[in-house]
Structure formats: C-alpha cells, structure tokens
Design a protein around this ligand. Structure first.
Ligand code: NAD
Length: 482
C-alpha cells in the first residue's frame, strides 16, 4: 500500500496546496505504508471556509437529526470492525486485542453523543427556576461555532471520537487534524461521512504535521474554539494561538499518574493492576500509572510478582494473536524513551527489569518493559512523562506518605488505589488530585464519565455531559411573562 493521503474538504478529497510529503510507517515491519501530505495553510483556509458555510445548516438541523448521523457513524464503524482493528494495529503498533478495545471505545462514544444530541434538543428553551416575580427566563445552548480539533497518535479513532462526536452533537462544524504518525485509521471518518450523507463541510479532515496544518489551524481567526490532545509543549502553543482573538480552548495533555498499593492489598492482584496501568499500549498512554507507591511491607513481594509478569509478556508482531506488547508507535518515540533509559543509567537507578533481562524481537521499534525500584522522587524519571513502558517504584511507610507523594506532581490526569478494603480505597481516592481515580481497577473509561486533568494535565473535560458543554455556548432569554 503506497498511496498519497490528501485533504477531505467540503465532502471531497482534494489535493493539498502543500508540496512537502511525509511517510506513514508500520512500526513493527519498519516499512513505509503510505505517503501523506504535510499540508499547507491554504488547506486550512479552504476547510475553515467550508465549515463556516455549513454551520447554519448543521445547527438548524437540530439535535435529533444530528444524533441520527452520529448513530449512523457508530454503525458504520462497527461494520468496518475487522479492517479498522487491523489498520490501527498496523499503523500504531498496538496488539490486535488493544486495537479492538479502542474501536469499541470510539463506537460507544459516537452512540453516547447520539443520545446527548437528542437530549440537547429536548431541553432547549427550558424555563429557569428563579425568584424574580413576573419575569420568565429561558435557557438555550447554541453551538460554539467552527471548531478546530487536533489529536495525537496513541489512540487513533478514540481521541478523535471524544472530540468529533460531542462537537457534532452540539451543532458545531469541524476541522479535524489527526496525528501525521497514525492517519490511516482516521481516514475512514471521511469515507463514513460520505456514506451516511453528512452535509458537505460539516466534517473536514486535514492531514499534515504541526507546521503544515496544526499551527495554521490553531492561529486561524475563523476557528471559534480549539480542542487539542497531545503534549504539554504543543498544548501551550495552541493555547497561545487561541489567545489571539480570545478564542476558546480545551487541552488534554500529559500525565505522570500514581498507583498506590496500600498495606492491606493482596500482592498478586495488585501486581495485575500495576501491569495493566503501565504496559498497555506499550506504555504510550497519557493516563499510564507510571509512578508506583507501594507500602514498604509489600515492596519486595510486589517487585518479585511484577518481574514474573514482565518476563511472561510476549513482545512481537502486533497482528499476531497472543502478542501482549507491540513496538513503540514510531522510531522517534522509541528514541525519546531510550533517552530516559540513558538518564536512568546516569542517575544510577536500580532496574528490576530492563533491556538486559530479555532479547527484543529482531525487528520493530521495541523498548523492553522496564521497572526501576527505589527511584528517588527527585529523579527526572519520577517527575517527567516518559510515554513508554517504564515503571518507577518507590516504597512508603504510611498511607499519608503515599497520598502526599502521589499529589507531589504538577500533573493530575489519573490515579489508582489498590487496597483490600474498597471503602478505604475510596477514601484515599478522594484525597488524590486527579481527574480520573480508579480503585481496585485500572484505566476504566466510559463515555458517561468525564475525562481530563488537574494542573498541567489540561483544561476542561471531555466525555459525559461535560464533553458536550465544551462545544456549547449558554444563552438566556429573559423578559416579562406572557
Ligand atoms: P504532540 O503534541 O507532539 O502532537 C499532537 C498533535 O499536535 C499532532 O497532531 C501534531 O501534528 C500536532 N502539532 C504539532 N505541532 C503543532 C503546533 N505547533 N500547533 C498545533 N498542532 C501541532 O503529541 P503526540 O506526541 O502526538 O502525543 C503524545 C502526547 O499526547 C503525550 O504527552 C500524551 O500524554 C498526550 N496525550 C494526552 C491525552 C489526554 O487525554 N490527556 C490523550 C492522549 C495523549
């Protein structure tokens, strides 16, 4: 497969105005599987213009009919299940089973916002309860306008669903830029837009990199609101761009999330949860629980149980059933993680498991699943997001110390508490500073529950009614009764 992926604007595939080309890679086979336009600001102009023209039509359609389109999107994704799971696995490097979970997540998100779109229409113009006699106040929720959506490469189809579905439900029109690293699964959204008869200009998909599309889209005055998922470095640039013209922005950024194993935890099941929180998707998860805080009484048996589980992980071809961990999604990400492993060597960190404990597959951008113990809380590996299969552990002497160290981070995306007592786990969870807290579970995500971070992990919330609210402007109509 060697085709050139272009721009989807106003329901047509058109040639990019840009001349630069990018390679789309299979990170396991290390081969080029497609060519991608890097994009150009003229593409952004054309897409924003199309989205602007489509806005009144899409808004006027109403929530019930917009919801029907979203339900059709969910059905169309479902109908392409096998192809999409393989495509995502090939382009991203994630194991087939993980790609299947992603697709389920995306489908559930489109279905959920199909329902939310209908509910939105039903509540338009509702009367506000208030204490002013003779005065009627009604509440309306209008679309924020044309929205620019930018996503990363770690969960293709998922991070885009979390933005596209609520934006369309709200009545916004969309200019969407997927990651240039994993554009292949996202291209299907254009195919589906045509198949379900989405009005032209409602969903525009621009391919390209940060320079070609991301920066000009963020800076475009015709975009009313920006929603970005990705790194903190780029998120800050998007926010600065949004300041021009006082445009709305929501950010889903990085994390350095803790997992607390309390002294009453059962070691074997704690080890299972710790594994699930860090090695899934080869550790390329914004909500990875990459800082393990374990009570000192359980530290040795837990490290032993983790070492056994790490040794049992099968690394290899993500398209082969039974592979637990595929490669990093790109050579660039492998190199970024390897730089942290060099820092760990320079800092003298003690590895329970790292690349010296196993042979890596002959091909692919692999990093060995790694566990460091007794990591000082001043270490860069403890403090910075690594975005790879690297777990840092630190033992604590009390619950209070675990909570204090868990909260000692500028990030606040997620956290996990493992305890033999659900009530205690809930109590500790309430003391943690993060948007998603799991107890005696890991990485549970549902379209009804919010997603987003405290601190530098972001601004705003996705999913649930909060995700929809991010694409709405609230309006009150107030005057005399009758
Ligand atoms: P990235 O910031 O490098 O890229 C994200 C997107 O921004 C890509 O589409 C990229 O092309 C685009 N971009 C690059 N430069 C730009 C610019 N100047 N202006 C506008 N857009 C630009 O991030 P990544 O490497 O693709 O993804 C990894 C990061 O994403 C990690 O930090 C991870 O924690 C974060 N992430 C967060 C969440 C969350 O929900 N909080 C979810 C997934 C990933």
């Amino acid at each position: 497969m060697q085709h050139l992926i272009q721009q989807f604007i106003d329901n047509q595939w058109i040639e990019s105005r840009g001349q630069r080309r990018l390679s789309v890679m299979d990170p396991y086979r290390q081969t080029r599987i497609a060519e991608l336009t890097a994009g150009d600001s003229a593409d952004v102009d054309a897409a924003v213009q199309a989205a602007r023209a489509a806005l009144p039509v899409w808004q006027a359609l109403g929530g019930v009919r917009r919801g029907a389109y979203l339900a059709a999107f969910a059905d169309a994704l479902e109908a392409r299940r096998e192809r999409l799971v393989r495509c995502s696995s090939t382009n991203n490097g994630k194991a087939l089973a993980e790609a299947a979970i992603d697709l389920d997540d995306a489908i559930a998100c489109y279905r959920y916002y199909a329902g939310q779109a209908k509910a939105l229409e039903q509540r338009q113009g509702r009367r506000l309860e208030h204490g002013m006699a003779g005065i009627e106040a009604r509440v309306f929720e209008d679309p924020a306008g044309v929205v620019g959506l930018i996503t990363p490469w770690n969960f293709p189809l998922v991070t885009s669903a979390w933005k596209i579905a609520p934006a369309l439900a709200a009545g916004c029109t969309v200019v969407f830029k997927p990651s240039e690293v994993t554009p292949l699964p996202e291209v299907v959204l254009a195919e589906i837009a045509l198949e379900v008869g989405l009005p032209a200009g409602v969903l525009n998909l621009l391919n390209g990199d940060g320079d070609g599309i991301g920066a000009p889209l963020s800076a475009h005055p015709g975009v009313d609101k920006l929603s970005f998922t990705g790194s903190n470095a780029v998120g800050e640039k998007v926010m600065q761009a949004a300041a021009n013209g006082v445009r709305g922005v929501s950010l889903e950024l990085g994390g350095k999330s803790p997992i607390l194993v309390l002294d009453d935890a059962e070691v074997e099941s704690a080890a299972d949860w710790v594994m699930a929180g860090i090695y899934f998707n080869s550790g390329q998860i914004c909500s990875a629980t990459s800082r393990l805080l374990v009570h000192e009484s359980l530290a040795e048996p837990l490290y032993q149980a983790l070492a056994e589980r790490i040794d049992a992980l099968t690394l290899g071809d993500p398209l082969v059933e039974g592979t637990d961990m595929g490669p990093m999604t790109s050579a660039r990400q492998r190199e970024a993680v390897e730089r942290y492993l060099e820092i760990a060597r320079a800092e003298g960190l003690v590895a329970v498991r790292d690349g010296r404990h196993r042979d890596l597959p002959d091909q692919g951008e692999f990093v060995a699943p790694t566990l460091y113990r007794d990591v000082p809380t001043s270490s860069r590996l403890w403090r910075e997001e690594i975005f790879g299969p690297v777990l840092c552990a630190h033992s604590v002497t009390s619950e209070a110390e675990a909570i204090e160290l868990a909260n000692d981070s500028p990030f606040g995306l997620a956290a996990t508490v493992i305890s033999g007592d659900n009530e205690r786990a809930r109590r500790v969870g309430r003391a943690l500073r993060a948007g998603s807290i799991w107890f005696n579970s890991e990485q549970l995500v549902m379209p009804e529950a919010s997603w987003g971070g405290f601190g530098i992990s972001g601004i705003g919330r996705e999913l649930g009614p909060w995700g929809l609210a991010g694409y709405l402007e609230v309006k009150h109509l107030i005057g005399p009764e009758g």
